[in-house]
Design a protein around this ligand. Structure first.
Ligand code: GLU
Length: 492
């Protein structure tokens, strides 16, 4: 297809997939889907020392989990080194690049002199003017060389229009003839990256802002290779609340996609949250289905201003941005209940809380439980942690609340056990009948409803707060409610 949009996500596999990388992948994926284009996954693994298999697997797993399917790849940059070198040779042959025989010592000396004179060091072009004979002579001597691209020396500048940052201008005098092949014969990353994009006919380069500095040089490479220019769209940075750049080094697990997965994020909720870091519609909408987001996405909605990812390392539960939690909670509450059950299952299994009964007749009750709990929860893990009492009799009591709502009310212990007996003996266990029982009890005891409700809730769930009380009594079920109340006095 002649005018097909082609984008790529090109991570260097030097660590796990983190939220910044995922955000870049999301923007590319969206743009491809919106334009019925092609989304390529390219692993930029030419730095063999820093690239790891685990990292490649982590990237592939992370993208797959997020649902960001690619149309081609993973392609490995290291498989194309021959292409990169052939392009360099083509540039030398055409007179756009040249062999530079300057030794490291020569260059170091010139750099030091520039530093001493408080000048910016740029390569002075010594070898640019070598005659063919001089080059042949050096080659005959087997002198090692790098290959440098010729930057125009006509006093002009390179100008391009970034889809996010707008007009960018770089004076040629501020660019040295930069190296594209090292003296050991390896291509430089800047060359490999451009050659791969040219070969794959990438039409839109959507990447992190750190790529902006390389862009003028890459455009010079495109021009020298006679390739049509792609659209460049650089995405602003994501900062932490202290305005430091989000990074694996600084924030560790807190920015790892696998950590969000382990904590019980729904993949689409995370995509929905991440896309809002540095992109917005004019009406600042926050919740998008996949189709809606594909339709709404636009490169000109990407913000130049850096976005803040409000992680809170001091939070002991889960240190992520409250907005991320709220978006996840929104999806937990609104998703199809059967899908929720599928998502919750592995988390319950991991805690030994999954029962075969949930597959069979108990399924309905299980779904009712999830439906009740999801009103209050933010993460899939919450079902197995905060919700433990709903799936097991072996659950912890919140010590402070236990003291406040139960231990300090000894007058309630025997009546609560009595209530349990009565519940177990009921023929018709419904909101109506249970309410009637509770009302009777309030009258006899002469306590405020809140005192009784808190005590019962504590006895049943170990927690001072929870879902709608009457619904909870019914969903938890006659047997479990009755038994827990009946056995209560034995716990003091
Ligand atoms: N491999 C680069 C990185 O991981 C991406 C560069 C690009 O997208 O052009 O930062």
């Amino acid at each position: 297809m002649e005018n097909q949009v082609v984008v790529r996500f090109a991570p260097s596999p030097t660590g796990y997939l983190h939220i910044g990388g995922a955000r870049t992948a999301i923007f590319n994926w969206l743009y491809a889907r919106q334009n019925k284009g092609k989304f390529i996954l390219r692993i930029e693994d030419t730095d063999a020392q820093r690239s790891t298999k685990d990292s490649i697997q982590g990237i592939v797993d992370g993208l797959t989990w997020l649902g960001l399917g690619w149309d081609e790849g993973p392609n490995f940059q290291s498989a194309y080194i021959k292409d990169h070198l052939a392009a360099a040779q083509q540039l030398v042959d055409a007179g756009h690049a040249y062999k530079c025989f300057c030794t490291k010592e020569d260059l170091d000396r010139k750099r030091e002199a520039a530093v001493a004179a408080k000048q910016t060091y740029l390569y002075d072009g010594t070898c640019r003017e070598l005659t063919p004979d001089q080059v042949a002579e050096n080659e005959a001597k087997d002198l090692s060389f790098t290959i440098r691209l010729k930057v125009p020396r006509d006093g002009g500048s390179l100008v391009f229009e970034d889809a996010v940052y707008g007009r960018v201008e770089k004076q040629f005098r501020d660019l040295e003839d930069f190296i594209i092949v090292r003296s050991n014969g390896n291509p430089l990353y800047i060359l490999s990256n451009a050659v791969d994009d040219i070969r794959d006919r990438v039409t839109h380069i959507i990447r992190g802002q750190d790529g902006l500095a390389n862009t003028p040089k890459q455009i010079l490479l495109y021009q020298a290779l006679g390739a049509p220019l792609p659209v460049f769209a650089h995405m602003s940075l994501t900062l932490d609340p202290k305005k430091a750049k989000i990074s694996k080094r600084r924030h560790g697990e807190l920015v790892a996609i696998h950590y969000y997965r382990a904590q019980g994020f729904l993949p689409w909720a995370l995509v929905n949250f991440l896309v809002l870091l540095g992109w917005a519609t004019t009406d600042s909408r926050e919740i998008f289905s996949e189709e809606e987001l594909i339709a709404a996405f636009a490169l000109n909605g990407i913000s130049r201003a850096n976005s803040v990812f409000n992680i809170r390392p001091e939070d002991t539960r889960f240190s992520t941005d409250p907005k991320a939690l709220n978006i996840n909670a929104h999806y937990l509450r609104t998703m199809d209940i059967e899908d929720l059950a599928d998502q919750v299952k592995p988390f319950l299994e991991a805690e030994g809380l999954w029962h075969l009964a949930y597959e069979g007749e108990g399924r309905r009750k299980f779904l009712d439980t999830l439906d009740l709990l999801r009103e209050r929860y933010h993460l899939l893990t919450d079902f197995a942690t905060l919700g433990r009492a709903w799936f097991s009799d072996d659950f912890e009591m919140d010590a402070k609340a236990w003291e406040k709502h139960l231990a300090s009310h000894p007058e309630l212990h025997a009546p609560l056990a009595g209530l349990g007996e009565k519940i177990l003996a009921m023929d018709d266990y419904t909101i109506k009948t249970v309410e009637a029982l509770l009302r009777d009890m309030l009258k006899t005891l002469g306590v405020k409803p809140g005192i009784l409700i808190n005590a019962v809730r504590m006895a049943l769930t170990g927690q001072p707060k929870g879902p709608d009380f009457m619904k909870a009594m019914i969903v938890m079920g006659q047997q479990r409610v009755g038994e827990r109340l009946r056995k209560l006095p034995a716990q003091f």
